[in-house]
Design a protein around this ligand. Structure first.
Ligand SMILES: Nc1nc2c(c(=O)[nH]1)N[C@H]1C(S)=C(S)[C@@H](COP(=O)(O)OP(=O)(O)OC[C@H]3O[C@@H](n4cnc5c(=O)[nH]c(N)nc54)[C@H](O)[C@@H]3O)O[C@H]1N2
Ligand SMILES: Nc1nc2c(c(=O)[nH]1)N[C@H]1C(S)=C(S)[C@@H](COP(=O)(O)OP(=O)(O)OC[C@H]3O[C@@H](n4cnc5c(=O)[nH]c(N)nc54)[C@H](O)[C@@H]3O)O[C@H]1N2
Ligand code: SF4
Ligand SMILES: [Mo]
Length: 693
């Protein structure tokens, strides 16, 4: 009999509500359809093409269902008991030789699994390692560092109040493709429609005329990695105006920052960024008149000055009088308050062995993982545990990391595919399928445009009773390594407790009684003072380390790229980083891993639309098809990340047929934001030439 299950799609940060229609008997149910849930208070029926891929993932014959062990190049299916026992023994032997020789890499899907979030520390504790790496340092770490320094908690994100603003300015984000990031904003397109219907405007600042730019009222091109200069000019212009609302007295130090800006000449800053001073004035007017919000994302974070960018964006919202204001930048009060659950975050607690990188939130830069494996001496990484990550494709100079992984004494991947990274593992431990697990948007709902609580039951029972959820694998690994049982409530029990002690004091049972979600309304203005975690209960504008870095910023020069082009990334609505590449439905259609290049640049280089081109950087070279388009800013080219699925030993047949090339063969492991350790994935200097077809 057909049945409808309410679920949250956990693939991206939007956390859309879906209705999964299934048929069959327990143990042999099949999916009939996956549709948007119109009653979900957050997503209101919206879904994107990826939601239906939940079924493809669930049914994918290439998805691993049993532990795999590699001996040489041959893979063998083994039992959970054997896998865990062998991993425990091998890990203990490695740690007996050098207790500091293990490491973890925690990938992006961990942010979409509350079970992982609540259990990953068991593994790190059992390993006793300071070598912690994650996808955060190829992503949002600059935002965390700015949050920590300004508000006193790394997890304290302000978000644009899109449903009540009159001006939304997006710099370095493309929510039409990504569906939002560090901002849970499903149904972005209709929210923008409503913004326009009430006379508001969307402005996009991006080196590419993106899908979001195409629905915007205005799009401004900006030269990659020059955002800092643009933001300085904009902050100065905002400071020269009356703020839209008085700046609260718990916000300190803005004058101290302002005093440092005098040495930057506005026109030179604008020229360096390629943005006209007229546009800066217009933006400053909009920011200081009605409700307005400036939002920056991945494009401003994956730069050498990512943290300064994130900080300046917050300062602009503050100086415009838009912080903690309705229609400005607001602070959600989530039903499960991660601020109460998580430590504030620490900076520089440890120093990395090889290059002396300070840790951020206890993590070293993912870009430094390869050198920590390659470089001999005490503390050299010999055993690596990768949990839901694909760093060979997702971190800078992936081929270098790939070669380093091949030298490890032990590598374990907790993953559902034998992909670019896990093919190097000695053991792959696969979790239950995506429809066999429960879900709560632990890290995402605290950044949502409405305060909601929504919980999903598993849609299917475990296909194989012996299968384990990720959190069960993490605990079992910890037990196998330490020899000690992990005795703690289940994630579900913990969730119930966290909700009950949360701001709305709801039980999990109450949340479950509303299958489309409980709605606590839009984020309210005026909550910030009560949520600040800084010791002095202020918002700190004048962060000493940021001021120092700003004072050291060289004055902008006329851009001299010596004939080189600048490479940026992109996302497509039918991909999710590297890991939906084996979905039949999502890979259909035109080739997507292309080199986007402006017609003028293409003509100069003799590259025709659809012809092959070779792109070279100091790290490596790739050859791919050119897509000539005036959506690109002249001098700038774009290649999406998460491709390159044709490495030997991978077992993803669909992905192999649409392999593409890895942009991270071109990015550099030495290019980092020193304040956060984040990789500078964007703004890579490249040379391009026609290639034989
Ligand atoms: N050049 C360039 N590089 C980038 C980016 C860019 O824009 N440009 N973006 C960066 C960003 S923002 C991010 S977040 C990182 C992502 O970096 P990673 O997290 O390292 O990579 P993903 O491609 O997200 O791979 C996720 C892995 O988890 C597995 N997986 C998926 N779901 C589950 C699950 O439920 N359980 C388990 N155990 N495994 C699962 C998948 O099979 C895949 O192997 O990439 C970064 N890299
Ligand atoms: N469909 C889809 N959705 C996803 C993902 C996916 O892979 N596919 N990944 C998810 C993940 S892990 C994340 S972190 C989010 C990311 O979400 P977004 O931040 O929205 O990610 P992008 O689409 O990469 O947008 C970054 C934008 O920055 C621009 N950019 C590049 N360099 C610069 C620069 O120097 N300056 C400025 N101003 N802009 C620049 C790029 O052109 C691009 O439009 O998306 C999530 N959602
Ligand atoms: S936008 Fe698409 S992938 Fe993201 S949660 Fe919604 S349906 Fe899932
Ligand atoms: Mo990400």
């Amino acid at each position: 009999m057909a049945q409808i299950h309410h679920r949250t799609c956990h693939i991206c940060e939007a956390n859309c509500g879906v209705l999964v229609e299934t048929e069959g008997r327990p143990g042999s149910r099949v999916v009939l359809s996956i549709k948007g849930d119109p009653d979900n208070p957050l997503s209101r029926g919206h879904i994107c093409p990826k939601a239906t891929a939940l079924e493809d993932l669930q049914n994918d014959p290439d998805r691993l269902r049993r532990p795999q062990k590699r001996i040489g190049n041959a893979w063998h299916e083994i039992s959970w008991e054997t896998a865990l026992r062998e991993i425990g023994t091998r890990t203990r032997a490695i740690l007996a030789r050098d207790p500091a020789s293990s490491a973890t890499y925690i990938g992006n899907p961990n942010a979409h699994s509350y079970g992982n979030a609540l259990n990953a520390h068991h593994l790190t504790k059992a390993l006793g390692t300071k070598n912690q790496f994650s996808a955060s340092t190829v992503d949002q770490m600059p935002h965390h560092v700015a949050n920590l320094r300004m508000y006193g908690h790394a997890g304290m994100f302000g978000i644009p109040d899109i449903d009540r603003t009159q001006t939304l300015i997006i710099i370095g984000g493309n929510p039409m493709a990504s569906n939002g990031s560090v901002w849970t904003v499903p149904d972005f397109r209709n929210r923008v429609r409503a913004l326009k219907a009430r006379g508001g405007q969307l402005v996009v600042i991006d080196p590419r005329r993106t899908e979001t730019a195409k629905i915007a009222d205005r799009h401004l091109f900006i030269h990659p990695s020059t955002d800092l200069y643009f933001l300085i000019a904009l902050l100065k212009a905002v400071l020269a105006r009356q703020p839209a609302a008085p700046i609260a007295d718990y916000i300190t130090g803005l004058d101290e920052v302002a005093a440092l800006l005098g040495r930057f000449d506005d026109e030179t800053c604008c020229a360096a960024a390629g943005v006209s001073p007229v546009a800066v004035d217009w933006l400053a007017d909009r920011l200081t008149s009605g409700p307005a919000a400036l939002y920056g994302r991945l494009g401003i974070a994956t730069q050498r000055r990512g943290t300064l960018n994130a900080w300046l964006i917050a300062l602009i919202n503050i100086a415009a009088g838009q912080l903690d204001r309705e229609g400005g930048t607001v602070f959600p009060v989530p039903a499960l308050d991660t601020l109460a659950m998580l430590p504030r975050g620490s900076m520089g607690k440890y120093t990395s062995r090889v290059s002396g990188h300070p840790s951020a939130l206890g993590e070293f830069p993912a870009a430094a993982l390869a050198e920590e494996i390659e470089t001999e001496g005490p503390g050299q990484i010999k055993a690596l545990f990768v949990v839901a990550g694909n760093p060979v494709l997702s971190t800078p100079n992936g081929p270098r990391l790939d070669a380093a992984l091949a030298t490890l004494d032990l590598m374990v991947s907790v993953d559902m595919y034998r992909n670019a990274t896990s093919r190097r593992a000695h053991y792959i431990l696969p979790p239950t399928g995506p429809l066999e697990r429960d879900h709560y948007g632990l890290f995402l709902l605290p950044m949502a445009v409405r305060n909601v609580a929504v919980y999903s039951q598993p849609t299917f029972e475990k296909e194989d009773p012996a299968a384990r959820h990720d959190w069960e694998i993490l605990r079992a690994l910890a037990e196998a390594i330490s020899g000690k049982p992990v005795q703690e409530p289940t994630p579900r029990e913990a969730l119930d407790g966290l909700l009950q002690s949360g701001p709305y004091a709801v039980s999990l049972a109450e949340v479950e009684a509303a299958p489309s979600g409980l709605d606590f309304g839009p984020p309210q203005a005026g909550v910030l003072p009560g949520r600040l975690r800084s010791d002095d209960q202020t918002v700190t504008c004048a962060v000493p380390s940021f001021l120092e870095a700003l004072a050291a910023v060289e004055l902008p020069q006329a851009l001299s790229s010596e004939g080189k082009l600048t490479l940026i990334g992109r996302r497509h609505v039918r991909t999710n980083n590297s890991w939906l590449a084996n979905s039949h439905r999502l890979t259909k259609g035109p080739e997507r891993c292309t080199l986007m290049i402006h017609p003028g640049d293409a003509a100069m280089l003799g590259i025709d639309d659809g012809a092959m081109a070779t792109v070279r950087s100091i790290s490596g070279a790739v050859t791919l098809r050119a897509e000539v388009t005036d959506d690109m800013m002249p001098g700038t080219v774009s290649i999406p990340h998460g491709w390159g699925h044709d490495l030997p030993g991978m077992a993803m047949a669909v992905a192999r047929a649409h392999a593409g090339v890895s942009v991270n063969a071109l990015t550099e492991s030495a290019a980092l934001d020193p304040l956060s350790g984040n990789a500078a994935l964007s703004g890579v200097q490249v040379e391009i030439e026609p290639a034989a077809a």
